[in-house]
Design a binder for this molecule. Structure first.
Ligand code: MTE
Ligand code: HPA
Ligand code: MOS
Length: 769
C-alpha cells in the first residue's frame, strides 16, 4: 500500500505547523539566547527592545506563574535563565511582538551583562571534576577480571564520537491559541504531545486538562522533538496565558541549530580480549557521555548505550560503565538510535583494533562472535537471534568472495585510488528501555455510513506510522483504505501518551488500534450471528462482504454497520495496549527490557582518493530482519534514509563547539550534511523473511532506528581503504571521518603499536592464522 501522505506531500497540501492558518491578532515570539556558556547574570537590559514599534512585552523568568522548570527525567532545567546561564543559546527572555520582524529586531536590542564562570565542553574533564548528571551505571556479565588471564590477545584503545545535528526539515515551533475556560490550544511540532502538555501545565501552574496539544504532522523529528519541542511550546503558552492572545514562534534554522541539543558526543576507553580462535572472551568499556548543561533525556540515552555496547555479539565477560557528564553545551538529546549507535561504534572500533594488529580481516572476528539464539546479552535477556542468518545470507546473496577479489584487484591496479570493504552487523532492542513507557491507546469510531475515523497517540513524522495504522484497521475490518481516515494527534482525544519514539510507535499504537477494531468487530459479528442464526465464529468479513460459514450472505459492511447503529450497538472503542513480557531491574541491571530485537548485516564499500583524501561510499548491501514487513515500500524508505543519515554522522557531519562553548558549525555552510553525491550509488536491501513469532504489529518488526547503524560501517570501510594505501597508518577512532582526517591518516607516521605488535603476533601465532 502506498504511503497515505504521498499525494498531499507531492501537491504541497500536507499541513505542518507553519500551514496552520494564523488568526487575526496573533502575536509573534522570538527568544533571546545567552551569548555565554556559563556565568552569573548581573544585568538584563530590556529598554531598547521595548522601544521597538510593535513590541508588546518581553517575558523573563520572573513572569512565570508556575514553576520555571522543564526537565523531564530530572528537574534540572529552567525554561528561562534566572540567575545563571548554563550554555550558549540558553533562552533568557522571550519577546512578543505584532510581527515576526519586530520580535527579532527587539531580540537584537536586548543587552545582558554576565560574569563569566569556567566553561567545560569536554566530558572527560566534567567526569574528572565530578560533574555528573546521574551516578555512573555498570552492566556486568561473567567476570572480566577472571577472563583476562585466559585471553591470548588483549588490546586497549579509545574512541571519540562526535554528535549530530538533527536537521529535521521543519524547524521547531509552536502556535498557541487561548480558548474559553482558561484553556489553551497548542499546536506544536513535537514527537511528545503529552510532554508538551505536562510542561505547559508546570509553567502556567495550571492542570493538564486545560491544555489541548495538537500535532498535525512533523517535517521530521529524528528524536530532536521528543523532549526539546517543549521549550517553544512553553514559551508561546506562557505569553498566550498571560496576554490572552494567540502567540506563534517558529525558529529560524540558525536559531534552531544554536539553541537545541544534538546527538550526544561520547568519549570511550575500551579493552578487548580474544582467545587464539578469535573468540572475544572479555570486553571492558567506559563511556563518557557529553550530556550538555542539563539532563534532558541523557540518562535514558546512556542506558541504551550500555544495552547496545556489545552490538550483535556474544561476549561472555563484560564490564561496561557509563558516566553522564555535565558540560556547558546545549542539553544533548534523543537522536535516531538513542545512544545505541555510540555504544556500537566502540565495540566495532575494538574489533578493528584487534584486526589491524593481528593482521586479520575484521569480518572474521565479527562473524566468529555473532550472538546465537539462547545466548545472553549482558543485561540478562536471552537472544532470539537472526545475526548469523543475516550475515550468512548477505555473504552468499551478495557474493562477498567475488567482491573482495575485485577490491583486491582494484587495489593492486590502482596506486592513488584505494577501496575498502566493511561488514556492519546490527542488533537493536525494540521497546522504550523504561518499561512503563511501553503503552499506547487508540480511539476508533465507525460512523453510521460505514466510514472509520482513527485517533491514536502516534505522531506522523514522515516514518509512515499513519499508513501502517490504517492498514491495521483496513485489514481487521476488511474494508478499503479510502473508508478510513487517520486524524491528527491530540491530547484531548488520547491521553498520557509516550512520545513517538524508540521505533515502537507502529507497534504500540498499531496494536492498540487492533485491540479497538477487534472489540468493535466482535460486537458486529455477534449481531450478524444473531441475524443469521449462527455463532459469531461462523461470521467473517471479506472485501466489505459479510460471509456466513465462508458463504456470501445478503449483508455487506454497510448494512452490518447500519443495522448495528439502528440497534444502538456501540460503534466506537478506545483500545489500550501495554507490551507484555518486558521487565527490568535497574538495581541488578538485569531483565528482559525488549519486546524483541531487530538484526541485520550491511556490507559497505568505499573508495578513497589518496591524493585528496576525498571519498565515495559506493555500495551498501543489506540483509535486514523485517520479521514480516507489512509495508515494504515504507520500510525500504526507512532503511535508505537511515543509512544515509548514518553515513552522514560517520563521515561528513562535524559538530564544532569552540572552547567557549559556542557552536561554530551553526549553519549549512559550515555543517556539511549528505547531499545526493554522498548517497551510495547502490543501496541493495534484501528482506530476511522470518517465521518466528514476535511481538511486532502483524509480526512486522520496527524499522525506524536500526538501519541508521548500518552507516557505522562507512567509517570502517574508509578505515580499510586507508590501510590499503598505508598498512600501518595511524587512524585514531575519531568520528566523523572527514576528508581532512582521511588525508591525515593516509600520510600519518607508521603506527608503531600496530607495527610492533604485528611482528610479535605473527611470531606468537605461528601457523595458527
Ligand atoms: N523517519 C522520518 N522520515 N522522519 C523522522 O523524523 N524519526 C526516526 C525514525 N524514522 C524519523 C524517521 C526515529 S528517531 C524514530 S524513533 C522513529 O522513526 C519513530 O517512528 P516509529 O516509532 O514509527 O518508527
Ligand atoms: N528510546 C527512545 N526514546 C526514549 C527511550 C528509548 O528507549 N526512553 C525514553 N525515551
Ligand atoms: Mo527516536 S531517537 O527514539 O525519536
Amino acid at each position: 500500500m502506498k504511503n497515505i501522505d504521498s499525494n498531499t506531500h507531492v501537491s504541497g497540501t500536507s499541513v505542518y505547523l507553519d500551514d496552520v492558518p494564523v488568526m487575526n491578532g496573533t502575536l509573534f515570539g522570538a527568544a533571546f539566547e545567552s551569548p555565554s556558556a556559563h556565568g552569573v547574570i548581573r544585568e538584563l537590559i530590556l529598554d531598547d527592545a521595548l522601544r521597538i514599534p510593535g513590541v508588546v512585552r518581553v517575558f523573563t523568568a520572573a513572569d512565570i506563574p508556575g514553576q520555571n522548570e522543564i526537565g523531564g527525567i530530572i528537574k534540572d532545567e529552567p525554561l528561562l535563565a534566572d540567575t545563571h546561564v548554563h550554555f550558549c543559546g540558553m533562552p533568557v527572555a522571550f519577546v512578543v511582538a505584532r510581527t515576526r520582524e519586530a520580535a527579532r529586531a527587539a531580540v537584537k536590542k536586548i543587552r545582558i551583562r554576565i560574569d563569566a564562570l569556567p566553561v567545560i565542553t569536554d566530558p572527560r574533564e566534567a567526569q574528572a571534576k565530578g560533574e555528573l548528571i546521574i551516578p555512573p551505571r555498570t552492566f556486568r556479565q561473567g567476570d572480566t577480571d577472571l577472563a583476562w588471564p585466559q585471553c591470548t590477545h588483549i588490546f586497549t584503545g579509545n574512541a571519540d564520537i562526535n554528535g549530530q545535528e538533527h536537521l529535521y526539515i521543519e524547524t521547531q515551533g509552536a502556535y498557541v491559541i487561548p480558548q474559553e475556560h482558561n484553556s489553551l490550544r497548542i499546536y506544536s511540532s513535537t514527537q511528545g504531545p503529552t510532554a508538551v502538555q505536562r510542561v505547559v501545565a508546570a509553567i502556567t501552574g495550571a492542570s493538564m486538562h486545560q491544555f489541548e496539544v495538537i500535532v498535525t504532522r512533523l517535517g521530521g523529528g529524528f528524536g530532536g522533538k521528543e523532549d526539546q519541542a517543549n521549550t517553544w511550546a512553553a514559551l508561546c503558552a506562557l505569553a498566550a496565558w498571560i496576554l490572552k492572545k494567540p502567540v506563534k514562534y517558529a525558529l529560524h534554522r540558525m536559531e534552531d541549530m544554536a539553541m537545541t541539543g544534538k546527538r550526544h558526543p561520547y568519549a570511550a576507553d575500551f579493552k578487548i580480549g580474544l582467545d587464539k580462535d578469535l573468540k572475544i572472551l572479555a570486553y571492558e568499556v567506559s563511556f563518557f557521555q557529553n550530556a550538555g548543561a542539563s539532563a534532558d533525556l541523557s540518562p535514558a540515552v546512556l542506558a541504551r548505550t550500555l544495552f547496545h555496547c556489545t552490538n550483535a555479539y556474544y561476549i561472555p565477560h563484560v564490564k561496561a560503565t557509563a558516566w553522564s557528564c555535565r558540560t556547558h553545551l546545549p542539553p544533548n538529546t534523543a537522536f535516531r538510535g538513542f545512544g545505541g549507535p555510540q555504544g556500537m561504534f566502540v565495540i566495532e572500533a575494538a574489533i578493528a583494533k584487534a584486526a589491524r594488529v593481528l593482521q586479520v580481516d575484521a569480518a572474521l572476528i565479527q562473524k566468529t562472535n555473532l550472538i546465537a539464539t539462547g545466548q545472553t546479552f549482558p543485561y540478562g535477556q536471552i537472544a532470539a537471534s537472526e545475526a548469523g542468518t543475516c550475515w550468512d545470507k548477505a555473504e552468499t546473496l551478495y557474493d562477498v568472495v567475488e567482491q573482495q577479489r575485485k577490491v583486491q584487484l582494484f587495489n593492486t591496479e590502482n596506486k592513488l585510488l584505494k577501496k575498502g570493504i566493511a561488514f556492519m552487523p546490527i542488533c537493536f532492542g525494540i521497546s522504550f528501555t523504561n518499561t512503563m513507557m511501553n503503552n499506547a491507546r487508540s480511539l476508533v469510531h465507525v460512523y453510521s455510513d460505514g466510514s472509520v475515523g482513527i485517533s491514536t497517540g502516534a505522531v506522523e513524522m514522515g516514518q509512515g506510522v499513519n499508513t501502517k495504522i490504517l492498514q491495521v484497521a483496513a485489514q481487521t475490518f476488511s474494508i478499503p483504505a479510502n473508508k478510513i481516515k487517520l486524524n491528527h494527534t491530540s491530547t484531548y482525544t488520547i491521553a498520557n501518551t509516550s512520545p513517538s519514539a524508540a521505533s515502537a510507535t507502529a507497534d504500540l499504537n498499531g496494536k492498540a488500534t487492533l485491540i479497538a477494531c477487534n472489540a468493535i468487530l466482535d460486537r458486529l459479528k455477534q449481531l450478524a450471528a444473531e441475524a443469521f442464526h449462527v455463532t459469531p465464529a461462523d461470521i467473517t468479513l471479506e472485501n466489505g462482504h459479510v460471509l456466513v460459514n465462508q458463504q456470501p450472505s445478503s449483508w455487506n459492511w454497510q448494512q452490518l454497520v447500519t443495522t448495528a447503529f439502528a440497534q444502538r450497538i456501540n460503534l466506537s472503542e478506545h483500545g489500550h495496549y501495554a507490551t507484555p513480557e518486558i521487565h527490568y531491574d535497574a538495581v541488578k541491571e538485569k531483565g528482559h527490557p525488549f519486546a524483541y530485537h531487530v538484526y541485520g548485516t550491511a556490507i559497505l564499500e568505499a573508495t578513497v582518493d589518496c591524493l585528496r583524501g576525498t571519498y565515495t561510499i559506493d555500495t551498501v548491501k543489506v540483509v535486514h530482519d523485517f520479521g514480516n514487513s507489512m509495508n515494504t515500500d515504507i520500510d525500504r524508505g526507512q532503511i535508505e534514509g537511515g543509512i544515509v543519515q548514518g553515513i552522514g554522522w560517520m563521515t561528513l557531519e562535524e559538530v564544532i563547539y569552540d572552547r567557549e562553548g559556542k557552536l561554530r558549525s551553526n549553519a549549512l555552510s559550515t555543517y556539511k550534511v549528505p547531499d545526493i553525491y554522498a548517497v551510495p550509488k547502490t543501496i541493495a536491501i534484501d528482506a530476511l523473511q522470518t517465521t518466528r513469532d514476535n511481538l511486532a504489529v502483524f509480526r512486522s518488526k520496527a524499522v525506524g532506528e536500526p538501519p541508521l547503524m548500518y552507516g557505522i560501517g562507512a567509517w570502517f570501510a574508509l578505515h580499510n581503504a586507508i590501510r590499503a594505501f598505508h598498512p600501518h597508518a595511524d587512524i585514531p577512532f575519531i568520528t566523523p571521518m572527514t576528508p581532512e582526517k582521511v588525508l591525515l591518516a593516509l600520510y600519518s607516521k607508521t603506527n608503531t603499536e600496530t607495527n610492533q605488535q604485528h611482528a610479535e603476533t605473527v611470531s606468537h601465532l605461528g601457523s595458527d592464522l
